[in-house]
Design a binder for this molecule. Structure first.
Ligand SMILES: Cc1ncc(COP(=O)(O)O)c(C=O)c1O
Length: 435
């Protein structure tokens, strides 16, 4: 008999017995600074008793209730979202059990919206490259992430793809002043080629997460894109699974610009890792159109799980009471400055980028030509491995074709001393791997 294997494939994973604040503790007693917040999830840090108590109470008092019914925890979450988080345009809330499910629900809403208007032929979604939207067949198909699609390609539906802004490698030249217009025009061309009458929505991350490595678009990009969506009658679905709930120093990443999505998707930070939870928020126009046509918006059995909603309600309260979104902005600026100081002249680091506490570096073989290392050199996983040996957990990014990205997404409670450790260890790890 074979031994049971954990995880499903691969071996040799770490065992973590305890986590508190910004640290994970392995069974060998090593304290690991969680510079990745897990998978860029643990926004308020680990082990907050208040959240634990609220989850326990919800589990005890009303263990499971079908998703459409109200529980005190669901009511508290809706109240918190309405009072402090959602913009006035987004009045409809659908809660799922994770990010992929939330993105897929958002895409289904866009399709049903057009179907309700009698335009069921609008069934294409424009995707961007690089991007990541999830691991179900639909969200994988919509992800500009070749590495995570390997072995599935034949089964994945094909969608029109447009380039996401990549200032470092913009074909016009690095940080070219016209790149906002360039990437918006690329979207228009993709739309025209697909036939706008066939397109339901654009799906995009406002600040590209780990797939591209914290890529911030030029300031005129999103207003241009919003205008194009309106011109062609397509919905804008923003995927803020990684950037939502304060990560970039604003409640939502799109709020760095003067736009509003039709459908907003969140996950990770919504419950900060205390429970699996995703959220889909839509305008009344989207929801009431679907509703009036009598279409069914189906829920998952564990959608809006009462204990998960309790966790989220408390996490959002803590973010609010402790002013942690502002802290993410301030500490994010400090982290970026320290990264720039450490890597500005590094021969193998082409870029330091990000917003708030979502930051990344891009490693290259040649800083002038931007030539990358071969994929087989596995630079990212070696840097992450070297960091871990030195007691800091970084988050590997990239898509295979975009590569050698190391991301940082620590809890918002991080202190300056932790930033010193993170940056010092990252520098040592990069030097060790890129000798
Ligand atoms: C931007 C983005 N969208 C969607 C997802 C998928 O979320 P989940 O892994 O919770 O299904 C992720 C996960 O990393 C993400 O970063």
């Amino acid at each position: 008999m074979n031994e049971v294997n954990w995880p499903f494939t691969g071996r040799g994973t770490l065992r973590i017995n305890r986590a508190e604040g910004v640290y994970l503790y392995s069974d060998s007693g090593q304290a690991i600074l969680d510079a990745a917040g897990g998978a860029i999830v643990a926004n308020i840090g680990h082990g907050r008793e208040r959240v634990v108590a609220r989850v326990a109470a919800a589990t005890r008092d009303y263990t499971y209730v079908v998703p459409p019914w109200v529980t005190p925890s669901r009511a508290a979450l809706v109240d918190a979202l309405e009072a402090h988080w959602l913009p006035p345009e987004l009045t409809r809330i659908h809660v799922t059990s994770g990010g992929s499910e939330a993105v897929e629900s958002g895409v289904k809403l866009a399709l049903q919206y057009h179907a309700a208007l009698g335009a069921g032929e609008r069934c294409l979604i424009i995707a961007r490259e690089p991007s990541y939207h999830g691991t179900t067949l639909a969200t994988a198909a919509l992800s500009g992430h070749p590495a995570r699609k390997r072995g599935l390609e034949g089964a994945l539906q094909r969608y029109p793809v447009t380039a996401a802004p990549y200032p470092l490698r913009c074909p016009l030249g690095r940080d070219h002043p016209d790149m906002g217009a360039y990437y918006a025009d690329a979207l228009r061309t993709t739309l025209e080629t697909a036939g706008p009458e066939n397109v339901a929505a654009l799906l995009a991350e406002p600040i590209t997460g780990s797939s591209g490595g914290a890529i911030v678009p030029p300031d005129d990009y999103w207003p241009r894109v919003r205008a194009i969506c309106d011109d062609y009658g397509i919905l804008l679905i923003l995927d803020e699974v990684m950037t939502g709930f304060g990560r970039t120093g604003r409640n939502f990443g799109y709020q760095h610009w003067d736009i509003t999505p039709d459908i907003l998707v969140a996950g990770k930070g919504l419950a900060g890792g205390y429970a699996p939870l995703g959220g889909v928020f839509a305008t009344d126009a989207v929801a009431s159109t679907i509703e009036d046509a009598g279409l069914n918006v189906m829920f998952h059995t564990f959608g809006a799980h009462p204990a998960a909603c309790a966790a989220a309600a408390e996490v959002l309260t803590i973010l609010q009471e402790e002013n942690l979104v502002e802290r993410a902005r301030i500490m994010g600026d400090e982290l970026q400055q320290r990264l720039l100081d450490a890597f500005r002249d590094h021969p193998h680091v082409a870029d330091v980028r990000g917003r708030g506490l979502l930051q990344a570096i891009e490693i290259v073989r040649d800083r002038d030509s931007l030539e990358p290392y071969e994929e087989s050199a596995n630079i990212t996983s070696r840097v992450v491995g070297a960091g871990l040996k030195k007691g800091v957990f970084f988050y590997g990014g990239g898509t295979g074709s975009v590569r050698d990205i190391v991301c940082m997404g620590p809890p918002f409670i991080i202190e300056s001393a932790h930033i010193d450790t993170m940056v010092g260890v990252l520098r040592e790890a990069v030097d060790q791997v890129c000798q």
